[in-house]
Design a protein around this ligand. Structure first.
Ligand code: NAD
Length: 228
């Protein structure tokens, strides 16, 4: 069965909570406690985890480091991921300089831009490369994820460059909807181009977050924490 997006978002939250508990030396927790910290119901916690198996003991709750390890495995955080950033402007540089990514197995392996004033300069010990070099770069090592931090009007083409280089997951910071490339054949529905099959695009949009905040600040009773 399909797993709701919201479940995966909550697993990330549960993992964050478990890491905090572990850092505090707390060994056991329960769906009630996780629910309280994650601002969902205990039923929701149990339901989210049940998609992936049984992790607790009835009446005993969960062992923090066991559940943490399982969530890391489920989320794919127990293996390395190579990440490139396209667009080394204000946001790209901030992302490249953010140390938190390396708490997990995410490594920024390549930084790309098209501005001749930026290409060749260093950020965090890495030389910014020209976008033209991306496909050759990706032949030398796997590149699984790409961040799009380019201006909105360049985002679609930059996404295509990522996908052409074999990237399977795109974290899109530009406020545009990225479309897979399609082609048409007479008398048929448009088809998604092969290189886009299996590609996932996740959008990060802090303005959208502010719009949701505005709505829920004005309508606090309408926040249904348990949907999906
Ligand atoms: P910026 O103008 O400072 O940087 C953009 C960089 O992209 C520049 O260095 C430019 O040379 C480079 N670039 C242009 N075309 C490119 C291409 N085809 N390939 C690679 N690099 C290319 O912009 P910024 O403030 O860093 O914002 C970047 C993007 O992120 C914009 O789309 C902006 O709207 C968005 N943004 C999103 C959020 C968010 O929360 N999602 C927050 C701030 C900005």
């Amino acid at each position: 069965s399909n797993i709701p997006n919201a479940t995966i978002s909550r697993l990330v939250t549960y993992l964050r909570i478990l890491e905090k508990l572990e850092a505090q030396g707390i060994n056991r927790t329960s769906s009630n406690h996780l629910a309280e910290w994650a601002q969902v119901s205990a039923f929701q916690v149990r339901k989210d985890l049940a998609y992936f198996g049984r992790f607790g003991t009835r009446g005993m709750g969960y062992t923090v480091n066991v559940l943490k390890r399982e969530l890391r495995r489920i989320l794919g955080l127990n293996r390395p991921w190579n990440v490139v950033i396209l667009g080394m402007g204000r946001l790209g540089q901030a992302l490249a300089n953010y140390p938190g990514a390396s708490d997990y197995e995410f490594s920024f392996v390549g930084l790309f831009d098209v501005d001749p004033d930026k290409v060749g300069t260093q950020v965090r010990g890495m030389t910014i490369q020209h976008l033209e070099g991306l496909s050759e770069f990706a032949r030398q090592q796997p590149v699984e994820m790409g961040f799009l931090a380019v201006p909105p009007e360049r985002a679609q083409d930059a996404a295509q460059a990522l996908v052409d280089a074999g990237v399977k997951g795109i974290l899109n910071f530009a406020p545009v909807v990225i479309q897979p490339r399609t082609f048409e054949r007479p008398g048929r529905e448009p088809e998604i181009a092969d290189e886009w099959r299996g590609v996932i695009v996740e959008n990060v949009d802090f303005l959208a977050g502010m719009k949701r905040l505005a709505f829920f600040i004005l309508n606090p009773g309408l926040r249904d924490l348990d949907t999906e």
